[in-house]
Design a protein around this ligand. Structure first.
Ligand SMILES: Nc1nc2c(ncn2[C@@H]2O[C@H](COP(=O)(O)O[C@H]3[C@@H](O)[C@H](n4cnc5c(=O)[nH]c(N)nc54)O[C@@H]3COP(=O)(O)O)[C@@H](O)[C@H]2O)c(=O)[nH]1
Length: 799
């Protein structure tokens, strides 16, 4: 060390040494900056920038060496061999280029160390080649230990220099790297110079081809100038890169702040930076979080380990916020390069909404959203479980099926919102009377069911049913008490069914019986009820094939003038001749067709056949066709009538549709719309069965009726029941008041006809004029000549 010190202090011009150190520092800083630039450059430009970096570093090392050599004054003549001087420069450029390239080799952790060592080796090769170019009038002897030390120092410090320089893009790292590289060059040079001992020998002459130190100084000055220029370029590049990088960071920050997910950049477990979303999740500011440990927010250590071990894998855990509250989150970690160094970025997704939605979905899967009661799925599940339990325990279980009566009317008259409130109220009322362990569920629409476990005596269930019936005696929102009642069917396990399906079917059969026997009541299942249900299903099944199997036909019943007996038209009535059952009464199959929706298909068939038939008649008689509520409110009904009239060429004024009052309350707005459109195309509309339904005067005024049809039950009672006679008189008076003709149906006797004539009823229909029969039996009535039906008593009675 002393030798090296002596060498610098006594053999060198210290001003030039300082200059060499300055050039060296400048070259080193340029090298480090360019090295970073090479690392950032895209593939295409990388090689060019590496060459520039190699040239500037090589030149810098070379210039440092030769300025330092100029500073060296061994007191004997000196000169430099041109070829070897150039070779030393080439060696410096080449080897530093290789070293810098190696330092940037991707995927190799030790690359900066290896590259730095190569650069250090390059410094040594350059130095000793340069020393070989050094001619002196004397002999040079070397201290081999110092030679080895110089090589070792250059390589070791060079390796450390590149490792530090490439560790980060921050200025400090770059400056430290440049300083170490300066140290590598200088320590190598002066240690190597310390190894030199020159013994003057005047007999040794300098070769004539060698260049004088003055020329060398000029060359070195040029090289230094070049380094200076390259340094300026490198610096401006660095400034540009930094500006770009900071803009990029700003952009990234804006972007991450805009992200919905919380983002955290970690160095190990320490948080370096976070975005606004994460700050919001924790309830702190980004500044308060930076520098703290991730474990403060993700307390589950095992989950943290998994997160960083399996990068890219989503992990569900909990985040602790500033208040200590835990919230469910999903985390994914990835490795990124942040500030030039590898970091982990962790994305935090708030799972609270998802968990709420999942809970909501789970709730909806098992509950009825309107009433909050269990739904069919949870009811089925519970019933299965209870049946299994009662089978093992050999106990009895009751199943109650409940169906509201009059609920459709509530919907029709008061609207669906009122209907919903009624259902909610009813659910509350029913729930309030349930005993422990009993379950109430809404199976859909106005259907409810109750499971009553551990029944010891069926009378208990009867009491429960009674309480349920009474619980509906309430008034709500102007809906009168009694408008809605409930019918209940009860089945017992195991006697009425061994499994859920059987038990439900038995309770349904009992419910059907309760409905048909007056509503607002309850019935226990009896074996015979099952047969009834099966019978209905069988009729429905056979009815589906009735049109295709040609089992349907139409019967026609004349409608005549009361005064004259002249036939005005016919009512058409559907007949079903079942291959096994024979003639099935419409009163039996029409309600089944209405309940099952089959009436749509049947009704179309009746309408087409009736219009086709009527269009063939010689007399322009009317044809009255019954239309159910479902048909009237079905999509495309008016279009269908128009098309049928068009196809059959029946003039619209000859078609009359008969609508019952209940068909209007099903969907009054839609019914009115259809009737107005039918009326507009000339179809006549009769109100059927008047007196049996709501008999509402407002309906008569609100809907565009052309005729009122008094129900046959009143006509047949006019002589036995003064009230019936009064009703018939009232309806006839109503018709007169509203300017609507009235037709009386079910006229069977001359007395009834006489009564109607006396009361001023214009038209009648009934067995007296003719029973419903195939049209061929009425051929004279539909032929050209006017035929009157028997009505002798009317005028006689008048007179
Ligand atoms: N939607 C449709 N409904 C239809 C159709 N065809 C029939 N029906 C309805 O079925 C109910 C029963 O009909 P039906 O058994 O045919 O009874 C009708 C007549 O036979 C019966 N009637 C006629 N005159 C008399 C009589 O003097 N005495 C007596 N006891 N019964 C008589 O009345 C029924 C006609 O009723 P109405 O329709 O109210 O005029 C019945 O409700 C039919 O409407 C169809 O195609 N579509």
């Amino acid at each position: 060390m002393l030798t090296v010190y002596d060498c610098i202090v006594s053999d060198h011009d210290l001003r030039l040494v300082a200059l060499a150190a300055l050039v060296c520092a400048l070259a080193s800083l340029t090298a480090v900056n360019l090295l970073h630039h090479v690392r950032r450059a895209d593939r295409g430009n990388r090689a060019s920038w590496l060459c520039i970096a190699a040239a500037s570093t090589g030149f810098g090392i070379w210039a440092t060496h030769f300025i330092a050599m100029l500073a060296f004054s061994p007191s004997v003549p000196t000169a430099y061999n041109v070829v070897l001087t150039v070779v030393s420069l080439i060696a410096a450029v080449l080897l530093t280029g290789i070293g810098l390239g190696a330092a940037l080799r991707p995927g190799l952790v030790a690359a900066p160390w290896i590259g730095g060592a190569i650069v250090g080796g390059g410094i040594a090769v350059m130095h000793y080649t340069g020393m070989a170019a050094f001619e002196v009038a004397g002999t040079i002897t070397w201290n081999h230990w110092l030679v080895a030390a110089s090589i070792g120092l250059g390589a070791a410090i060079g390796a450390a220099a590149l490792s530090v320089a490439l560790d980060s893009t921050v200025l400090r790292a770059k400056l430290s790297g440049a300083l170490l590289l300066t140290l590598a060059i200088c320590s190598h040079h002066f240690t190597a110079m310390g190894a030199v001992a020159i013994t003057p020998d005047p007999s040794i002459a300098l070769s004539s081809s060698s260049i004088h130190a003055g020329w060398l100084a000029a060359g070195v000055a040029l090289v230094s100038l070049a380094i200076l220029l390259i340094a300026v370029v490198a610096l401006s590049l660095d400034i540009r890169d930094r500006r770009r990088a900071s803009l990029e960071i700003e952009r990234m920050r804006d972007l991450t702040d805009a992200a919905v997910e919380g983002l955290v950049v970690c160095a190990g477990d320490v948080i370096v930076t976070v975005n606004q979303s994460f700050a919001r999740l924790t309830g702190l500011t980004a500044e308060q979080i930076a520098g703290r440990d991730l474990s403060e927010w993700v307390p589950d250590a095992a989950k943290r380990d998994t997160l960083f071990t399996f990068l890219g894998r989503a992990i569900e855990t909990e985040l602790r916020n500033a208040d200590g509250a835990l919230m469910p989150v999903e985390l994914i970690a990835r490795q990124i390069s942040y500030n030039g160094a590898p970091h982990n970025v962790v994305a935090f997704r708030d799972l609270r909404d998802r968990r709420d939605a999942e809970a909501q979905i789970r709730y909806l899967a098992h509950h009825d959203p309107l009433t909050g009661l269990g739904n069919r799925a949870s009811f089925d599940h519970r019933l299965d479980r209870e049946i299994r339990f009662h089978r093992r325990a050999r106990r009895q279980l009751a199943l109650l099926c409940l169906d509201l009566d009059g609920f459709k009317e509530v919907n029709d008259i008061y609207g669906h919102a009122a209907g919903d409130r009624v259902l909610q109220d009813i659910a509350k009322h029913f729930s309030s009377v349930l005993g422990e362990g009993q379950m109430l569920a809404r199976l859909g629409g106005d259907e409810f069911a109750i499971i009553a476990p551990l029944v010891t005596d069926p009378a208990q269930v009867g009491q429960l049913a009674d309480t349920l019936l009474k619980s509906l005696a309430w008034e709500q929102d102007g809906i009168p008490a009694g408008l809605v009642s409930v019918s209940i069917g009860v089945a017992l396990y195991p006697s009425d069914g061994k499994d859920r399906t059987e038990l439900l079917s038995s309770a349904d059969a009992a419910l059907y019986r309760a409905k048909t026997e007056g509503k607002g009541t309850y019935r226990f299942f009896e074996a015979a009820m099952g047969a009834q249900i099966r019978e209905r299903r069988s009729i429905e099944h056979d009815l589906r094939g009735a049109i295709a199997n040609n089992e349907l036909s139409l019967a026609y019943q004349p409608q005549a003038q009361v005064e004259t007996g002249e036939v005005n038209g016919f009512e058409v009535l559907l007949r079903w001749n079942h291959p096994a059952r024979g003639n099935v009464p419409p009163a039996l199959f029409i309600p089944i067709a209405e309940e099952s929706g089959l009436i749509l298909k049947l009704g179309e068939w009746v309408m087409r056949e009736a219009c086709r038939e009527a269009a063939t008649w010689m007399r322009p008689l009317t044809i009255a066709v019954n239309v159910s509520a479902l048909q009237l409110t079905s999509d495309g009904f008016v279009e269908f009538i128009e098309a049928t009239l068009g196809e059959t060429k029946l003039p619209s004024h000859r078609l009359e549709i008969e609508i019952t009052e209940t068909a209007l309350v099903r969907d009054p707005n839609r019914a009115l719309h259809s009737l107005q459109r039918l009326k507009a195309i000339g179809v006549n509309i009769a109100m059927d069965d008047f007196g049996t339904g709501y008999s509402s005067l407002s309906n008569l005024r609100a809907f565009p009726f052309d005729k009122i049809k008094i129900d046959r039950s009143f006509i047949q009672a006019v002589h036995a029941n003064p009230q019936a006679a009064a009703i018939v008189r009232a309806v006839l008076g109503l018709g007169r008041g509203l300017g609507l003709p009235v037709i009386a149906e079910g006229v069977e006797t001359a007395e009834e006809l006489r009564f109607l004539g006396l009361e001023g009823c214009a038209e009648a229909q009934g067995y007296l004029f003719g029973r419903p029969a195939p049209i061929k039996e009425f051929v004279p009535l539909i032929s050209a000549n006017v035929v009157t039906l028997p009505q002798p008593h009317v005028k006689a009675a008048r007179n």
